[in-house]
Design a protein around this ligand. Structure first.
Ligand SMILES: Nc1nc2c(ncn2[C@@H]2O[C@H](COP(=O)(O)OP(=O)(O)OP(=O)(O)O)[C@@H](O)[C@H]2O)c(=O)[nH]1
Ligand SMILES: [Mg+2]
Length: 316
């Protein structure tokens, strides 16, 4: 989704900038001039490398004032908006401070008349720059970690109608996405297999739709939910034009019907403005006598009828 480059560690950054600078020499027959100009070029190169590298990091992160609410809240759940802002701010501070150090020392070195003095100033600048970078080393690590999380975010097309699949863990949500769309989510016998929102697409004769696979929900308050569950709530809140609420009456998912139906009631209460279709899955194993739509996400039984119903509901 967001293509952010690898964020180097403090040591790697220092290494990169200093190595590049060490290759620079300015020729002059006059030894003082040679050392002076070489020092100036090296300091300039270090500052430029760090300025452009750190600046590139800052620019590559999404600008938080501009992004849609869904992404803002998703980033908050996955990374933490405050921490992200603080780290980006620290990196920007570091970048600017290095620029000031460079300017100050260039002015001094230009006036210097002794080689020892120049070399001492150069060492001082190297030391200050290293320590500035080291001061933001935890921010650099944080940003590199955030990078992986942001890259995994689903790419949602705001122009497409959206079906969100929700329900308790392990009831077959991902299996259903796999059965009826182009999505390829992971399906497994244990709960909380799906840890992130993922997207698949389906089409009828006229239109393309997106279908969102969400992590399983337990029946509890939002404030008690873990970051994985919170993503599912976010999808329901911001993306859903229609919700398919999946129930597993076989209870092989590991959650009793009582809990699944209580979750259903609560979700319906919170999202009462979104049309919802209640569906019982795993019909290849067990069919109840309820009036709910019955499908098997595994064999495909009943899924055509379900898709037809969902698309009709979205068009109306
Ligand atoms: N027999 C049968 N098994 C199914 C059906 N649908 C899903 N399963 C199985 O149920 C298990 C869970 O399926 P998933 O699709 O991973 O369930 P999920 O709801 O996405 O689970 P989480 O991501 O952990 O919330 C897997 O072993 C599936 O093969 C079905 O219709 N019939
Ligand atoms: Mg899943």
């Amino acid at each position: 989704m967001y293509n952010i480059p690898t964020v180097l560690t403090a040591d790697e950054l220092i290494d990169k900038a200093f190595k590049r600078a060490s290759k620079i020499t300015q020729e002059d027959r006059n030894k003082l001039k040679r050392i002076k100009n070489t020092s100036l070029s090296r300091i300039n190169s270090i500052s430029n490398t760090l300025n452009s590298t750190l600046g590139k990091y800052i620019k590559s992160f999404p600008s938080l004032e501009m992004i849609p609410t869904f992404y803002y809240e998703l980033i908050d759940i996955l990374v933490g908006i405050d921490k992200l802002k603080r780290s980006l701010g620290a990196i920007d501070w570091c970048r600017k401070t290095i620029g000031k150090v460079e300017k100050g020392s260039v002015r001094k070195i230009k006036r210097m008349k002794s080689m020892d003095e120049i070399l001492a100033e150069r060492r001082k600048v190297y030391g200050r720059v290293s320590s500035l970078i080291k001061q933001v080393s935890s921010d650099l690590l944080f940003l590199n970690d955030a990078r992986w999380k942001l890259r995994k975010m689903p790419s949602i097309d705001a122009n497409l109608k959206t079906i969100v699949i929700a329900g308790s863990p392990n009831v077959g949500k991902s299996q259903l996405v796999k059965q009826i769309s182009s999505g390829k989510p992971k399906v497994a016998v244990y709960p909380f297999t799906t840890q992130n929102i993922s997207i698949g697409h389906l089409e009828d004769r006229y239109q393309k739709y997106q279908i969102v696979d969400t992590p399983g929900l337990l029946d509890r308050e939002f404030s008690e939910r873990n970051p994985i569950e919170k993503q599912a709530v976010l999808a329901l809140r911001h993306l859903a034009d229609v919700v398919i609420f999946l129930i597993d009456p076989t209870e092989t998912c590991g959650y009793e019907m009582k809990m699944q139906l209580s979750l259903l009631r609560n979700i319906k209460k919170i999202f009462d403005n979104v049309p919802m279709i209640e569906v019982e899955n795993k019909a290849d194993l067990r069919k109840t006598r309820s009036r709910r739509q019955k499908i098997s996400a595994l064999t495909g039984e009943g899924t055509d009828v379900l898709v037809k119903k969902v698309l009709e509901l979205m068009q109306s």
